[in-house]
Structure formats: C-alpha cells, structure tokens
Design a protein around this ligand. Structure first.
Ligand code: AHR
Length: 310
C-alpha cells in the first residue's frame, strides 16, 4: 500500500482548491480599487482560485459573467451588483445549477431571497443617516435667511448605495426644515462626473450653495476642483460631507478642503473567502453580515491618516 501511495501523484490526495467566480462593478473609484485588491489578495492567501471579471459598470456584463461562471461550474459565485434590480432570471439559473451566490458590498432587490445565500457589506442607509446627523450638528454655513442650501451628488442611478444613502440622509435632515436639498444629480461615483456636475450646480446656484453632500469621496474630490476653479474655498465657503473614508479624502481633510467622511469599508476580501468556504462546507451562515464603520471629521484626519488601510 505504501509503495502504491509513494508512486501516486500528490494531487490525487490534495483537497481541490475552491473556485470562486467574482463579478466586480468596475474601477470607478478609489474605494472600488481597494475592494478589488482586498478580494484578489484574500483569494491568494486562502489558496482560492479566483475567476475575476470587471463589468465596467454595466449590468449586462455582470449577467454575462455570471452565466459564464455557471457554464464553468465554479464552486461559488460572488458579485457586487451595479444596480439593485433585474437579477431574478440569472440568479434562478445559478440556483438551478446548484451554485451558491454570495453578494458583496451591494444588495439586490429580488422577490425570492433564497436566490442568494448571504450578503456581506455596509449598511448604506445608516451611512446616509450618519452624514445627515453630522451635518445637523455642525452646519455653520447658512444662507442670509438662515436656510442651509444643500446640493447632492448621487451615486450610480439604481445602485443600492445611491438609493440608500439618499434615503438615510433625507430621513435625518427632515427633522429640521431649514435644511433644503436644492439640487440633486448623479455623478456616477466618479471624480470626472463629480466635477462636471458640481460645475453645473455652481453655474445654476452660485454662492447660494452652503453644503455639498456627495455619496462618495471620489465625487467630492472632483467637486473640490470645480469649487476651487469657481474661486471659492471648499470646506470653508461650502461645507463638504462625503462617504467612503479613502486616503484621498483624508488628504483633502488635512488640506482643509473636506469637512467629514463617513466610513464605508471596502476590505471585504477575507470575510468573503471565509464565508465561501463555510458555504461549500455546508456550514450555516448568517443571511446578512454588516460591516462595522465609523465617522471621520477633519479635526481627527491627520491623527487617523497613518492607520488608514485604503
Ligand atoms: O458600493 C460602494 C460604493 O461604490 C462606494 O461608496 C463607491 O466609492 C463605490 O464606487
């Protein structure tokens, strides 16, 4: 028996590495880049074979990628959905093929929640609420009549973070009628669009704008450029509240150009690898795994900067 074992190839005894097909939204922001790095690094460390597909912010590319993962018979499909709706058909196909699906970062809106095993990610409504609460407590920029005129840069239309961050923020500021959202438009979570839309806001409203609420740091950073080019001081003439907590936001806060960032952690890779292994081993997993996060105002940015991982 020993001789037979010695002669056999080692692979015959080694456990088969887990194969995960992952469909990423794209590379639209500093946050997204950090998320991709986290997932790729964690897969490498866990010895997982990762099939990675970049959807370039298009739902149709994600549907194609998921179908290709089904055809390749991967062990687990994971994805961060570009938008919330329109997933029922392809997720039913994955279920019929008996391939478990894990959502990371963003949720889907489906009629049957057995179409996915679990969702790992932030509470975006709570992030919007935190942004609103900070503003209610710290609003010093007001119009002559005492109103606080807010412009809002929304994330990708139809995406969970854009819907939820808008809702959470609005729920909180509704408590005080002097806070008014005077313009709200999508900047698609990118710096370029954030700048472009802020330029349009400034053209239309000029010095009436007291506050910018941006659904992510990248759009806020793009908007900062537009504000400076308009001859105003970002963070001083216009209070800026954004979400993510990327290093670029900390640099902007240290430079006095951004007032606060609400944290949204992209470091989901290690959790995804662990949960995927548990799912394949038929261990029970929670339906919702919520990331723990904080709020970082400009006053503590310099102190916190060395601790930032993304
Ligand atoms: O889904 C998370 C959001 O998507 C992040 O806030 C944003 O930066 C990213 O593009």
């Amino acid at each position: 028996v020993l001789a037979a074992c010695a002669a056999s190839p080692l692979t015959a005894f080694a456990a088969k590495p887990l194969v995960i097909g992952f469909s990423q939204v794209g590379a639209e922001s500093e946050w997204r880049t950090a998320n991709t790095v986290s997932i790729k690094d964690a897969a490498k460390k866990a010895g997982v074979t990762l099939k990675f597909a970049d959807a370039q912010q298009k739902q149709e590319n994600q549907v194609k990628a998921i179908r290709s993962f089904i055809a390749q018979k991967v062990d687990v499909i994971a994805f961060s959905p570009v938008v919330e709706s329109g997933w029922d058909t392809v997720l039913r196909e994955a279920k019929a093929a008996k391939i478990p699906v894990i959502l990371t970062d963003r949720a889907v809106s489906v009629t049957d929640d057995s179409l996915y095993v679990t969702f790992i990610g932030s509470d975006f409504v709570e992030e919007g609420r935190r942004a609103g609460k900070w503003l209610l407590e710290h609003a010093k920029n007001t119009a002559p009549d005492g109103t606080v005129n807010i412009v809002e840069l929304q994330g990708t239309v139809g995406s969970a973070p854009a819907i939820d961050r808008k809702k959470g923020f609005e729920d909180v500021i509704a408590a005080n009628p002097k806070f008014k959202v005077i313009r709200s438009q999508t900047g698609d979570f990118t710096r370029a669009k954030g700048k472009e839309v802020m330029e349009a806001f400034l053209k239309a409203e000029g010095k009436k704008i007291n506050v910018l609420y941006a659904h992510n740091d990248d759009m806020a950073i793009g908007a900062i450029q537009a504000i400076e080019e308009a001859g105003l001081k970002p963070g001083v003439d216009i209070t800026i509240v954004s979400i993510d907590g990327v290093k670029g936001a900390f640099e902007a806060m240290i430079a006095g150009k951004l007032n606060v960032t609400v944290e949204c952690s992209p470091l989901l890779g290690p959790q995804l690898m662990q949960i995927a292994a548990d799912v394949v081993a038929a261990k029970p997993v929670p339906k919702r795994i919520t990331t723990q996060e904080g709020v970082f105002p400009a006053e503590i940015a310099a102190r916190e900067f060395p601790n930032r991982k993304y």
